[in-house]
Design a protein around this ligand. Structure first.
Ligand SMILES: [Zn+2]
Length: 350
């Protein structure tokens, strides 16, 4: 891929030295061109952990690899410096990014105090956010699936832009879902939202998409829709209320990024991975729910489902969003309650 097509910069990654970072946690020995050590993620009586400085990655070839082979939802047995820090510290990937960005001098030392309102649009913070976005790659999104039945004609979105989030097809309302439907949604290969990192203007238009796990795919751009510009959020700047469609329990979760069309990047409950979740339909478009179903375990009957009930983000970051149904919804600045989109829309229209 040509460099000029790459919008995801490697600024943070370029500043990280995986050997230096990992040797801060455990002793490493030279082995060939790389290093080895005792894997901290399983009871390792050898030296299963390998560090490859040339591509800045780590790999456990011991029990972590076996677990991963047996269960694709087991924690990844390989990754980069950021994923290593997240796992060993028991913190979220976003917090690991922040920690490392601070360490490299790309982010202010005390995030919560320094990232005040006056700084939100500062060039330094924009740069920091860009660097964080570049490094925000989460392994293990493979189980993510979604009910996406096309209910609108699939037309190429002329607004498809590099740097924007894109999704394939229209996200339909599945109506009543029985067990067989859960299985179907959980096991079929459903398109998932990803960042457009390149547009190839050939006879047949193609776009290159990057998913949160770092996987990249070139897809026919016909039928790909623009899900909006992505705003990467810092800790505490955005949260979402999600509803478990099976237990009907509500919970508040951290949001790592939000698109101007209301997609939120968050951890799916019970799964150690990030996923872009879509909002409910606005009232004008029917007000229906658009649940996201995903696999939570090795069996195809291990299915989770959530609804993104509402999200709140600092108003300065996202003054309004255009719902994927085509309705523009103003966002109330800095409100962290559990109001649904429907309630918001009722208030706006009332
Ligand atoms: Zn291991």
């Amino acid at each position: 891929m040509k460099k000029e097509h790459t919008l995801l910069t490697d600024e943070l990654e370029g500043k990280l030295d995986i050997v230096e970072i990992i040797s801060g946690y455990l002793p490493l020995r030279r082995k060939g061109p790389g290093y080895e050590g005792v894997c901290p993620f399983h009871q390792d009586d050898g030296a299963s952990l390998n560090i490859y400085p040339e591509n800045q990655t780590w790999l456990c070839s011991g029990r972590c690899a076996v677990s991963r082979r047996l269960d694709k939802l087991a924690p990844a047995n390989r990754g980069d410096a950021t994923s290593f820090v997240a796992r060993i510290e028991g913190i979220s990937f976003g917090d690991a990014v922040r920690k490392l960005a601070v360490r490299c001098g790309l982010a202010p030392r005390n995030n919560r105090i320094d990232v005040g309102r006056g700084l939100i649009d500062s060039p330094g913070l924009r740069q920091t956010r860009k660097a964080m976005a570049a490094a925000r790659k989460i392994p293990g999104l493979s189980g993510q699936t979604a009910p996406t039945l096309p209910y609108f004609p699939e037309l190429e979105d002329p607004d498809l832009k590099t740097g924007h989030l894109a999704y394939k097809g229209r996200l339909a309302r599945p109506g009543y879902l029985g067990a067989s439907m859960y299985r179907r949604y959980a096991t079929s290969a459903q398109p998932r939202p990803g960042l457009v990192i390149a547009l190839h203007a050939t006879l047949q238009g193609h776009c290159q998409i990057e998913y949160p796990d770092g996987e990249r795919k070139i897809l026919d751009s016909l039928g790909m829709h623009d899900a909006g510009d992505v705003i990467w959020t810092d800790s505490g700047q955005a949260s979402a209320v999600i509803k478990d469609v099976i237990t009907r329990a509500h919970s508040e979760v951290e949001v790592f990024g939000v698109s101007t069309r209301g997609f939120c990047l968050l951890n799916l409950p019970g799964v150690d991975e990030l996923s872009w979740c879509w909002p409910r339909e606005p009232l004008e478009a029917g007000g229906g729910s658009r649940p996201l179903y995903y696999q939570t375990g090795p069996s195809e009957t291990d299915v989770g489902g959530i609804l993104l009930e509402s999200f709140s983000v600092e108003g300065k970051l996202l003054p309004q969003y255009l719902d994927i149904s085509g309705v523009t919804v103003p966002v109330t600045p800095v409100e962290r309650n559990g109001r649904s989109h429907k309630e918001r829309l009722d208030q706006i229209s009332g």
